[in-house]
Design a protein around this ligand. Structure first.
Ligand code: FE2
Length: 434
Protein backbone atom coordinates (compact mmCIF):
# COMPACT_ATOMS: atom_id res chain seq x y z
CA UNK A 1 0.00 0.00 0.00
CA UNK A 2 1.36 3.47 -0.88
CA UNK A 3 0.85 6.00 1.90
CA UNK A 4 0.59 9.79 1.64
CA UNK A 5 2.06 10.33 5.11
CA UNK A 6 3.63 7.98 7.66
CA UNK A 7 4.23 8.84 11.31
CA UNK A 8 7.12 6.60 12.33
CA UNK A 9 8.04 5.18 15.73
CA UNK A 10 4.91 6.32 17.57
CA UNK A 11 3.95 5.34 21.11
CA UNK A 12 0.23 4.57 21.23
CA UNK A 13 -2.06 5.27 24.21
CA UNK A 14 -2.45 1.51 24.82
CA UNK A 15 1.31 1.25 25.39
CA UNK A 16 2.42 -0.21 22.05
CA UNK A 17 5.85 1.17 21.10
CA UNK A 18 7.56 1.78 17.74
CA UNK A 19 4.38 1.89 15.68
CA UNK A 20 4.12 3.47 12.24
CA UNK A 21 0.82 5.08 11.31
CA UNK A 22 0.18 5.08 7.56
CA UNK A 23 -2.27 7.64 6.19
CA UNK A 24 -4.03 7.56 2.82
CA UNK A 25 -6.45 10.22 1.59
CA UNK A 26 -6.94 11.68 5.04
CA UNK A 27 -7.67 8.41 6.79
CA UNK A 28 -5.66 6.00 8.91
CA UNK A 29 -4.89 3.13 6.53
CA UNK A 30 -2.56 0.95 8.61
CA UNK A 31 -0.90 0.84 12.03
CA UNK A 32 2.11 -1.52 12.32
CA UNK A 33 5.86 -1.58 12.87
CA UNK A 34 8.10 -0.73 9.87
CA UNK A 35 5.59 0.23 7.21
CA UNK A 36 7.10 0.55 3.71
CA UNK A 37 8.03 4.17 2.90
CA UNK A 38 7.63 4.01 -0.92
CA UNK A 39 7.91 7.77 -1.47
CA UNK A 40 5.50 8.73 1.31
CA UNK A 41 6.06 11.88 3.35
CA UNK A 42 7.59 10.73 6.64
CA UNK A 43 7.32 12.38 10.04
CA UNK A 44 9.60 10.81 12.65
CA UNK A 45 7.73 10.80 15.98
CA UNK A 46 9.94 8.23 17.70
CA UNK A 47 9.21 8.03 21.42
CA UNK A 48 6.27 10.43 21.24
CA UNK A 49 2.71 9.62 22.21
CA UNK A 50 0.27 9.85 19.29
CA UNK A 51 -3.39 10.17 20.23
CA UNK A 52 -6.76 11.12 18.77
CA UNK A 53 -7.41 14.87 19.08
CA UNK A 54 -8.68 16.57 22.19
CA UNK A 55 -12.42 17.18 22.16
CA UNK A 56 -14.08 19.93 24.20
CA UNK A 57 -17.73 18.93 24.56
CA UNK A 58 -18.81 21.95 26.61
CA UNK A 59 -17.75 25.48 25.69
CA UNK A 60 -19.12 29.01 25.35
CA UNK A 61 -17.65 30.32 22.11
CA UNK A 62 -19.93 33.37 22.01
CA UNK A 63 -18.35 34.71 25.21
CA UNK A 64 -14.76 33.51 24.82
CA UNK A 65 -11.95 36.08 24.98
CA UNK A 66 -14.54 38.78 25.70
CA UNK A 67 -12.85 40.07 28.85
CA UNK A 68 -9.44 40.41 27.18
CA UNK A 69 -8.77 44.15 27.34
CA UNK A 70 -12.24 44.88 28.78
CA UNK A 71 -12.77 46.97 31.91
CA UNK A 72 -15.57 44.79 33.26
CA UNK A 73 -14.77 42.22 35.95
CA UNK A 74 -16.95 39.67 37.75
CA UNK A 75 -15.88 40.75 41.24
CA UNK A 76 -17.79 38.13 43.22
CA UNK A 77 -16.97 35.13 41.02
CA UNK A 78 -20.56 33.89 41.19
CA UNK A 79 -22.52 32.40 38.30
CA UNK A 80 -25.24 35.02 38.84
CA UNK A 81 -22.87 37.98 38.53
CA UNK A 82 -21.26 36.36 35.48
CA UNK A 83 -24.69 36.18 33.85
CA UNK A 84 -25.45 39.81 34.77
CA UNK A 85 -22.12 40.96 33.31
CA UNK A 86 -22.68 38.91 30.15
CA UNK A 87 -26.14 40.45 29.67
CA UNK A 88 -24.53 43.90 29.81
CA UNK A 89 -21.56 43.09 27.55
CA UNK A 90 -23.44 41.05 24.93
CA UNK A 91 -26.00 43.82 24.30
CA UNK A 92 -23.39 45.73 22.26
CA UNK A 93 -21.74 42.79 20.48
CA UNK A 94 -21.81 42.57 16.70
CA UNK A 95 -21.60 39.62 14.31
CA UNK A 96 -18.02 40.66 13.44
CA UNK A 97 -17.10 40.64 17.12
CA UNK A 98 -18.44 37.09 17.61
CA UNK A 99 -16.66 35.90 14.46
CA UNK A 100 -13.33 37.56 15.25
CA UNK A 101 -13.10 36.12 18.78
CA UNK A 102 -14.20 32.66 17.63
CA UNK A 103 -11.58 32.51 14.88
CA UNK A 104 -8.84 33.77 17.21
CA UNK A 105 -9.83 31.18 19.79
CA UNK A 106 -9.70 28.37 17.22
CA UNK A 107 -6.14 29.37 16.26
CA UNK A 108 -5.23 28.72 19.90
CA UNK A 109 -7.33 25.54 20.06
CA UNK A 110 -5.75 23.95 16.99
CA UNK A 111 -2.24 24.60 18.30
CA UNK A 112 -3.31 22.70 21.44
CA UNK A 113 -4.56 19.70 19.46
CA UNK A 114 -8.20 20.59 20.12
CA UNK A 115 -10.07 19.73 16.90
CA UNK A 116 -13.69 19.29 18.01
CA UNK A 117 -15.81 21.64 20.11
CA UNK A 118 -19.44 21.68 21.23
CA UNK A 119 -20.39 25.24 22.07
CA UNK A 120 -23.52 26.53 23.73
CA UNK A 121 -24.72 29.72 22.04
CA UNK A 122 -27.00 32.15 23.84
CA UNK A 123 -30.22 32.50 21.84
CA UNK A 124 -31.88 34.90 24.30
CA UNK A 125 -31.38 37.76 21.81
CA UNK A 126 -34.48 37.70 19.58
CA UNK A 127 -32.37 38.90 16.62
CA UNK A 128 -30.11 35.85 17.01
CA UNK A 129 -26.97 37.85 16.15
CA UNK A 130 -24.59 35.44 17.89
CA UNK A 131 -26.38 32.36 16.55
CA UNK A 132 -26.20 33.54 12.95
CA UNK A 133 -22.55 34.60 13.28
CA UNK A 134 -21.48 31.29 14.78
CA UNK A 135 -23.49 29.25 12.26
CA UNK A 136 -21.34 31.00 9.65
CA UNK A 137 -18.17 30.33 11.66
CA UNK A 138 -19.10 26.62 11.78
CA UNK A 139 -18.95 26.51 7.97
CA UNK A 140 -15.78 28.64 7.87
CA UNK A 141 -13.73 26.42 10.22
CA UNK A 142 -15.08 23.05 9.03
CA UNK A 143 -11.74 22.11 7.45
CA UNK A 144 -10.02 22.18 10.82
CA UNK A 145 -12.63 22.10 13.61
CA UNK A 146 -15.69 19.89 14.10
CA UNK A 147 -17.96 22.52 15.64
CA UNK A 148 -21.31 21.60 17.18
CA UNK A 149 -23.74 24.37 18.11
CA UNK A 150 -26.17 24.15 21.02
CA UNK A 151 -29.28 26.36 21.12
CA UNK A 152 -28.93 27.74 24.64
CA UNK A 153 -31.69 29.96 26.10
CA UNK A 154 -29.30 31.36 28.66
CA UNK A 155 -31.71 33.80 30.32
CA UNK A 156 -34.42 31.11 30.51
CA UNK A 157 -36.72 29.34 28.07
CA UNK A 158 -39.62 31.36 29.49
CA UNK A 159 -37.85 34.74 29.42
CA UNK A 160 -39.84 35.56 26.27
CA UNK A 161 -42.95 33.85 24.90
CA UNK A 162 -41.54 32.90 21.49
CA UNK A 163 -38.32 31.21 22.59
CA UNK A 164 -39.48 27.94 21.04
CA UNK A 165 -39.56 29.67 17.63
CA UNK A 166 -35.95 30.82 18.13
CA UNK A 167 -34.85 27.31 19.02
CA UNK A 168 -36.51 25.92 15.88
CA UNK A 169 -35.01 28.73 13.76
CA UNK A 170 -31.44 28.01 14.84
CA UNK A 171 -31.92 24.26 14.33
CA UNK A 172 -32.82 25.15 10.74
CA UNK A 173 -29.64 27.31 10.58
CA UNK A 174 -27.50 24.25 11.26
CA UNK A 175 -27.48 23.98 15.05
CA UNK A 176 -27.02 20.41 16.23
CA UNK A 177 -28.18 20.28 19.83
CA UNK A 178 -30.99 21.66 22.02
CA UNK A 179 -29.78 23.20 25.29
CA UNK A 180 -31.42 24.67 28.36
CA UNK A 181 -30.83 25.86 31.90
CA UNK A 182 -33.82 24.73 33.99
CA UNK A 183 -32.28 25.84 37.29
CA UNK A 184 -32.28 29.44 35.97
CA UNK A 185 -36.04 29.53 35.30
CA UNK A 186 -38.03 31.54 37.83
CA UNK A 187 -39.51 28.56 39.65
CA UNK A 188 -38.70 24.87 39.92
CA UNK A 189 -42.01 24.11 38.16
CA UNK A 190 -41.04 26.32 35.22
CA UNK A 191 -37.63 24.62 35.17
CA UNK A 192 -39.30 21.23 34.82
CA UNK A 193 -41.67 22.57 32.15
CA UNK A 194 -38.70 23.94 30.19
CA UNK A 195 -37.07 20.51 30.13
CA UNK A 196 -40.24 18.92 28.78
CA UNK A 197 -40.69 21.57 26.08
CA UNK A 198 -37.04 21.54 25.00
CA UNK A 199 -36.78 17.74 24.88
CA UNK A 200 -39.93 17.60 22.76
CA UNK A 201 -38.42 20.10 20.28
CA UNK A 202 -35.25 17.98 20.14
CA UNK A 203 -37.24 14.80 19.52
CA UNK A 204 -39.19 16.53 16.72
CA UNK A 205 -35.92 17.58 15.02
CA UNK A 206 -33.94 14.40 15.75
CA UNK A 207 -31.44 16.63 17.60
CA UNK A 208 -29.27 15.79 20.57
CA UNK A 209 -29.95 17.43 23.96
CA UNK A 210 -27.32 19.00 26.23
CA UNK A 211 -28.66 20.97 29.18
CA UNK A 212 -26.92 23.07 31.74
CA UNK A 213 -28.54 21.43 34.71
CA UNK A 214 -28.47 22.13 38.45
CA UNK A 215 -25.40 24.38 38.26
CA UNK A 216 -25.56 25.44 41.88
CA UNK A 217 -24.79 24.14 45.37
CA UNK A 218 -28.44 23.51 46.28
CA UNK A 219 -29.03 19.82 47.10
CA UNK A 220 -32.73 20.38 46.35
CA UNK A 221 -31.92 21.38 42.76
CA UNK A 222 -32.98 18.12 41.10
CA UNK A 223 -33.81 18.99 37.50
CA UNK A 224 -31.58 16.16 36.40
CA UNK A 225 -34.28 13.67 37.50
CA UNK A 226 -36.74 15.38 35.14
CA UNK A 227 -34.17 15.24 32.33
CA UNK A 228 -33.79 11.50 32.98
CA UNK A 229 -37.57 11.08 32.91
CA UNK A 230 -38.01 13.00 29.63
CA UNK A 231 -35.10 11.11 28.06
CA UNK A 232 -36.86 7.82 28.68
CA UNK A 233 -40.37 9.08 27.89
CA UNK A 234 -39.25 10.34 24.46
CA UNK A 235 -36.88 7.45 23.67
CA UNK A 236 -33.80 9.71 23.59
CA UNK A 237 -31.48 7.32 25.44
CA UNK A 238 -27.81 7.96 24.68
CA UNK A 239 -28.51 11.30 22.97
CA UNK A 240 -29.00 13.43 26.09
CA UNK A 241 -26.31 15.09 28.19
CA UNK A 242 -26.50 16.66 31.62
CA UNK A 243 -23.84 19.38 31.84
CA UNK A 244 -22.37 20.79 35.06
CA UNK A 245 -24.69 18.92 37.52
CA UNK A 246 -22.86 20.57 40.41
CA UNK A 247 -25.72 20.15 42.89
CA UNK A 248 -24.98 16.40 42.85
CA UNK A 249 -21.99 17.24 45.03
CA UNK A 250 -24.30 18.41 47.82
CA UNK A 251 -27.10 15.83 47.58
CA UNK A 252 -27.51 13.26 50.31
CA UNK A 253 -25.92 9.93 49.51
CA UNK A 254 -29.15 7.92 49.36
CA UNK A 255 -30.77 10.21 46.81
CA UNK A 256 -27.54 10.50 44.78
CA UNK A 257 -27.14 6.71 44.60
CA UNK A 258 -30.72 6.27 43.37
CA UNK A 259 -30.31 9.11 40.87
CA UNK A 260 -27.04 7.72 39.45
CA UNK A 261 -28.72 4.35 38.83
CA UNK A 262 -31.56 6.10 36.98
CA UNK A 263 -29.09 8.18 34.95
CA UNK A 264 -27.22 5.05 33.88
CA UNK A 265 -30.50 3.36 32.89
CA UNK A 266 -31.34 6.37 30.70
CA UNK A 267 -27.83 6.22 29.14
CA UNK A 268 -27.36 9.81 30.28
CA UNK A 269 -24.08 11.45 29.27
CA UNK A 270 -22.41 13.75 31.76
CA UNK A 271 -20.07 16.68 31.20
CA UNK A 272 -18.14 18.09 34.14
CA UNK A 273 -16.22 21.37 33.99
CA UNK A 274 -13.64 21.16 36.77
CA UNK A 275 -11.83 24.48 36.28
CA UNK A 276 -14.87 26.69 36.02
CA UNK A 277 -16.97 24.99 38.70
CA UNK A 278 -14.11 24.85 41.21
CA UNK A 279 -14.01 28.62 40.67
CA UNK A 280 -17.78 29.33 40.69
CA UNK A 281 -19.10 26.90 43.30
CA UNK A 282 -18.88 27.21 47.06
CA UNK A 283 -19.16 30.98 46.75
CA UNK A 284 -21.89 31.19 49.38
CA UNK A 285 -20.07 28.84 51.78
CA UNK A 286 -17.93 29.91 54.70
CA UNK A 287 -15.89 26.81 55.63
CA UNK A 288 -15.72 24.08 54.53
CA UNK A 289 -16.10 25.33 50.95
CA UNK A 290 -17.62 22.69 48.68
CA UNK A 291 -15.86 21.72 45.47
CA UNK A 292 -19.20 21.63 43.68
CA UNK A 293 -18.48 18.97 41.06
CA UNK A 294 -20.73 16.09 40.01
CA UNK A 295 -19.89 12.65 41.47
CA UNK A 296 -17.52 11.66 38.69
CA UNK A 297 -16.07 8.31 39.89
CA UNK A 298 -19.51 7.04 40.87
CA UNK A 299 -21.03 8.07 37.53
CA UNK A 300 -18.17 6.41 35.64
CA UNK A 301 -18.57 3.29 37.77
CA UNK A 302 -22.29 3.19 36.96
CA UNK A 303 -21.50 3.23 33.23
CA UNK A 304 -22.36 6.82 32.29
CA UNK A 305 -20.12 8.44 29.65
CA UNK A 306 -18.39 11.23 31.63
CA UNK A 307 -16.34 13.91 29.86
CA UNK A 308 -14.32 16.79 31.25
CA UNK A 309 -14.63 20.11 29.45
CA UNK A 310 -13.39 23.68 29.60
CA UNK A 311 -16.67 25.63 29.64
CA UNK A 312 -15.00 29.05 29.52
CA UNK A 313 -11.81 30.82 28.48
CA UNK A 314 -11.43 34.48 29.45
CA UNK A 315 -15.10 35.43 29.78
CA UNK A 316 -17.40 36.85 32.49
CA UNK A 317 -17.44 33.52 34.33
CA UNK A 318 -13.77 32.57 34.21
CA UNK A 319 -10.74 34.78 33.60
CA UNK A 320 -8.21 32.00 32.88
CA UNK A 321 -7.95 29.13 30.37
CA UNK A 322 -5.89 28.55 27.23
CA UNK A 323 -7.62 25.91 25.11
CA UNK A 324 -5.63 23.16 26.84
CA UNK A 325 -7.72 20.06 27.61
CA UNK A 326 -4.74 18.55 29.45
CA UNK A 327 -5.08 21.37 32.01
CA UNK A 328 -8.70 20.28 32.44
CA UNK A 329 -7.83 16.59 32.81
CA UNK A 330 -5.13 17.56 35.34
CA UNK A 331 -7.60 19.56 37.43
CA UNK A 332 -10.28 16.87 37.12
CA UNK A 333 -7.87 14.19 38.29
CA UNK A 334 -7.15 16.19 41.45
CA UNK A 335 -10.65 17.42 42.20
CA UNK A 336 -12.35 14.04 41.61
CA UNK A 337 -9.72 11.85 43.33
CA UNK A 338 -8.77 10.13 40.08
CA UNK A 339 -5.02 10.30 40.36
CA UNK A 340 -4.14 6.58 40.51
CA UNK A 341 -3.16 4.96 37.15
CA UNK A 342 -6.68 3.82 36.20
CA UNK A 343 -8.05 7.21 37.22
CA UNK A 344 -5.54 9.11 35.09
CA UNK A 345 -6.39 6.89 32.13
CA UNK A 346 -10.08 7.71 32.67
CA UNK A 347 -9.21 11.41 32.82
CA UNK A 348 -7.33 11.19 29.50
CA UNK A 349 -10.28 9.44 27.89
CA UNK A 350 -12.56 12.09 29.39
CA UNK A 351 -10.93 14.73 27.14
CA UNK A 352 -10.51 12.58 24.00
CA UNK A 353 -12.59 9.48 23.20
CA UNK A 354 -15.50 10.00 25.61
CA UNK A 355 -16.45 13.53 24.47
CA UNK A 356 -16.11 12.35 20.85
CA UNK A 357 -18.60 9.59 21.70
CA UNK A 358 -20.97 12.05 23.41
CA UNK A 359 -20.83 14.33 20.36
CA UNK A 360 -21.42 11.32 18.07
CA UNK A 361 -18.19 12.05 16.16
CA UNK A 362 -17.75 8.52 14.89
CA UNK A 363 -14.92 9.47 12.51
CA UNK A 364 -12.52 10.25 15.37
CA UNK A 365 -10.32 7.61 17.00
CA UNK A 366 -6.98 5.91 16.65
CA UNK A 367 -7.94 2.97 14.43
CA UNK A 368 -7.77 1.93 10.80
CA UNK A 369 -10.51 3.57 8.77
CA UNK A 370 -10.88 6.55 11.11
CA UNK A 371 -10.06 10.11 10.04
CA UNK A 372 -6.34 10.90 10.37
CA UNK A 373 -6.97 13.54 13.05
CA UNK A 374 -4.04 13.05 15.40
CA UNK A 375 -1.91 14.81 17.99
CA UNK A 376 1.79 14.14 18.58
CA UNK A 377 2.57 14.78 22.24
CA UNK A 378 5.92 15.18 23.96
CA UNK A 379 5.09 12.43 26.44
CA UNK A 380 5.53 8.69 26.79
CA UNK A 381 2.00 7.79 27.92
CA UNK A 382 -1.36 9.43 28.75
CA UNK A 383 -0.51 9.80 32.45
CA UNK A 384 2.68 11.67 31.58
CA UNK A 385 0.77 13.80 29.09
CA UNK A 386 -1.52 14.90 31.94
CA UNK A 387 1.31 15.32 34.43
CA UNK A 388 3.36 17.55 32.09
CA UNK A 389 0.41 19.05 30.17
CA UNK A 390 2.65 17.87 27.37
CA UNK A 391 3.54 20.14 24.45
CA UNK A 392 1.82 19.33 21.16
CA UNK A 393 4.71 18.79 18.78
CA UNK A 394 2.35 18.32 15.81
CA UNK A 395 -1.37 18.37 15.06
CA UNK A 396 -2.74 16.53 12.04
CA UNK A 397 -6.17 17.00 10.51
CA UNK A 398 -7.41 14.62 7.83
CA UNK A 399 -3.82 13.65 7.04
CA UNK A 400 -2.48 17.22 6.79
CA UNK A 401 -0.06 18.69 9.31
CA UNK A 402 -1.82 21.87 10.43
CA UNK A 403 0.21 22.91 13.48
CA UNK A 404 3.75 22.27 14.71
CA UNK A 405 5.33 23.47 17.95
CA UNK A 406 9.11 23.12 18.20
CA UNK A 407 10.53 21.67 21.43
CA UNK A 408 11.18 24.20 24.17
CA UNK A 409 14.71 24.21 25.53
CA UNK A 410 16.05 25.47 28.82
CA UNK A 411 19.66 26.62 29.01
CA UNK A 412 20.98 25.89 32.49
CA UNK A 413 24.05 27.38 34.12
CA UNK A 414 24.44 25.38 37.33
CA UNK A 415 27.69 24.67 39.17
CA UNK A 416 28.78 21.06 38.70
CA UNK A 417 25.88 20.22 36.42
CA UNK A 418 25.91 19.69 32.67
CA UNK A 419 24.13 22.19 30.51
CA UNK A 420 20.80 20.50 29.68
CA UNK A 421 18.68 21.78 26.89
CA UNK A 422 15.81 19.29 26.92
CA UNK A 423 14.16 18.81 30.29
CA UNK A 424 12.52 15.56 29.12
CA UNK A 425 16.00 14.08 29.64
CA UNK A 426 15.66 14.78 33.36
CA UNK A 427 12.56 12.57 33.52
CA UNK A 428 13.85 9.94 31.09
CA UNK A 429 17.67 9.82 31.15
CA UNK A 430 19.21 7.94 28.22
CA UNK A 431 21.05 4.75 29.32
CA UNK A 432 24.41 6.20 28.27
CA UNK A 433 23.49 9.61 29.68
CA UNK A 434 23.97 13.06 28.22
FE1 FE2 B 1 -21.55 26.03 30.61
Amino acid sequence: MAFDLILTGAVLPDGRLGQDIGIVEGKIAQIAADLPRDGAEVMDVTGHLVTPPFVDAHFHLDATLSIAGADEVNETGTLADGIALWEEMSAAMTADDYRDRALRYFDIAVSQGLLAVRTHVDVTDANLVAAQALAEVKREVADYIDLQLVAFPQMGFFCRPDMDDSIRTVLDLGFDVVGGAPHLEQTAALGRASITALCEIAAEHDAMVDMHCDENDDPASRHIETLVHETRRLGLEGRVTGSHLTSMHSMDNFYAARLITQMAQAEMNVIVNPAVNLHLQGRYDTYPKRRGLARVPELMQAGCAVAFAQDCVMDPWYPLGRGCLLDIAYLGAHACHLIEPAGLWACFEAVTDVPAQIMELDHLGLAVGKSADLVVLEARDPAEAIRLRAPRRAVIRRGQIISQTPPAHARLTLPGRPERLDLMHAFHPAPDGP
